[in-house]
Design a protein around this ligand. Structure first.
Ligand code: NOJ
Length: 527
């Protein structure tokens, strides 16, 4: 089918700090990524998305940017970036960069100028500064990371930050901000990027009246700070910039919704090319839940949507799917019932995560893989140190997202698995999960991903397009894709008869003659 590359791409997310370390300072970097391009090429990916590598004080892992058009010295140089893009391109891999337009870092020169220039200045108008209500903040909004969404500066005014206090929100109603970001897009497009992942893409415009909320609990609902109608025109203008470059660059918006109907604001063919569909990621392990979210995604987003099972903000699949008894007291994040006292069956979680991977790569559209998911890494819950502002701002009540950001285990039988003093220490029980160990084991999760992407590339039915459901027994899902491809998943608890087929292409766990064991997925060539 003749569709833009991004409608069928397998995109691999690299969290640069934790991927590979070129200079052995304990922090991953761009030369490290470049040194692992053969590994990524063998995974059969079409693009890699780099989480932020820009100059940053790293108060939120780099999502607090102090210069949008440079590379933090800890991550390398612009020359390293160019070399990475060129070498990736030589392997047929595009590079997508993460753009963070909702907020910057308190160290961004524009914010520093705003602080110095004082109330009423043009510099302050680039951010959202207001007088308080007496000693209280200007309104009752809360930060997504906990605590108030406002911080007071020495002259008494307050600035808005939907996230950490180190991340002041830009005022998108000021044209200076829009022009600045147009230039940022062009800067990276001129360096041949394949497109952008847009951070908090639903948050840029705030209701100018900044009204109090009836319920200030942070949420992804339509609100005075999320999903404002001005975004539609905004993304049309960004699309025009993208379309003025060759190679069909994409932009995929990070748009969390509570109601999938809220996506409609963004579904303009002349607007944002893609948005993240996180429905699968939030679905519990059940055939009904998966079927429901898949149908909802098609009904709302049309054919070939995006699919996501994991990223640097959520608990790893192996741990999510292996959760037997939820945590009490300390959890990873609000509403995420994983914590040190949760009961987790890692073998079960791994089995399910492998099945989910086959589903992900068989669905019509573009699939996002987060680094380490191809190794079946679990969430690390007992880290000796934590860096996430979610942990800091909740005073330890929520562990935060460090557990899915532990450095990739490359080699060796003891931690730190090929790293030199990594910024977060990997656990000591990952010996069998390293890349080197899994490369040597044809039954490993790494080989499952490699085989699946090889088949996905070769099979005419896979990539963009549609699916058709077949009847399946309770607890199972079966769909076909033309020509001649069938995917079946058994969510358990019993065995499920295999649908009729010509041959088995790939299975996430060994098959039981003509039956599909629980928590297993299979790809079949139709008769
Ligand atoms: C979403 C990013 O994925 C997350 O890591 C970050 O903390 C927030 N946006 C704020 O930038």
């Amino acid at each position: 089918m003749d569709v833009p590359w991004w409608r069928k791409a397998v995109v691999y997310q690299v969290y640069p700090r934790s991927f590979a370390d070129g200079d052995e300072d304990g922090t991953g970097d761009l030369p490290g990524v470049r040194s692992r391009l053969d590994y990524l090429a063998e995974l059969g990916i079409d693009a890699l998305w780099l989480s932020p590598f820009y100059p940053s004080p790293l108060h939120d892992g780099g999502y607090d940017v102090s210069d949008y058009i440079d590379v933090d010295p800890r991550f390398g140089t612009l020359a390293d970036f160019d070399a990475l893009v060129a070498d990736a391109g030589a392997r047929g891999i595009r590079v997508i960069v993460d753009i963070v337009p909702n907020h910057c870092s308190i160290e961004h020169p524009a914010f520093q100028e705003a602080l110095t220039a004082g109330p009423g200045s043009v510099q302050r108008d680039r951010f959202i500064f207001r007088e308080g209500r007496g000693d209280a903040p200007p309104n009752n909004w809360e930060s997504m990371f906990g605590g108030p969404a406002w911080t007071r500066v020495s002259d008494g005014q307050w600035y808005l930050h939907l996230f950490d206090s180190a991340q002041p929100d830009w005022n998108w109603r000021n044209p200076w901000v829009a022009t600045m970001f147009d230039e940022v897009l062009r800067f990276w497009l001129d360096r041949d990027v394949g497109g952008f992942r847009i951070d908090v893409a639903h948050g840029l415009f705030k209701d100018a009246a900044l009204p109090d909320l009836d319920d200030p609990t942070p949420s992804d609902r339509i609100s005075p700070y999320y999903h404002q109608s001005d975004l539609a025109a905004h993304y049309r203008s960004w699309r025009a910039i993208l379309d003025s470059y060759p190679g069909n660059p994409t932009a995929v918006g990070e748009i969390w919704v509570e109601d999938p109907e809220d996506w409609r604001l963004y579904l303009d063919p002349a607007g944002l090319p893609q948005l993240f569909n996180f429905l699968l990621l939030r679905a519990p392990w059940s055939a009904d839940a998966f079927r429901r979210v898949i149908d909802t995604a098609f009904a709302t987003l049309g054919d070939s949507p995006t699919w996501v099972l994991g990223n640097h903000d959520v608990v790893r699949q192996v741990t999510r799917y292996g959760l037997i008894k939820p945590a009490t007291g300390v959890m990873t994040q609000p509403g995420t019932m994983v914590g040190p006292n949760a009961v987790i069956d890692q073998a079960l979680g791994t089995r399910r995560a492998r099945a989910a991977a086959l589903l992900l790569l068989a669905l019509p559209g573009s699939a996002y893989i987060y680094q380490g998911d191809e190794l079946g890494l679990p969430e690390v819950l007992d880290l000796p140190l934590r860096d996430d502002p979610v942990f800091r701002r909740s005073v330890g009540h929520f562990l935060g997202r460090d557990g899915c950001r532990v450095p990739m285990p490359w080699s060796g039988t003891t931690e730190p698995y090929g790293w030199h003093r990594p910024w977060l220490p990997p656990p000591d029980n990952w010996t069998d999960l390293t890349v080197a160990a899994q490369q040597a084991d044809p039954t490993s999760t790494l080989w499952l991903y490699r085989d699946a992407s090889r088949i996905r590339r070769a099979h005419e039915a896979l990539g963009a397009g549609e699916l058709r459901w077949r009847d399946a027994p309770p607890g199972g899902l079966v769909f076909e894709r033309e020509p001649g491809f069938v995917c079946a998943i058994n969510f358990g608890p019993g065995s499920m008869p295999l649908p009729g087929y010509g041959k088995v292409l790939l299975a996430s766990s060994p098959l039981d003659d003509a039956a599909l064991p629980p928590d297993t997925a299979v790809w079949l060539q139709a008769d």
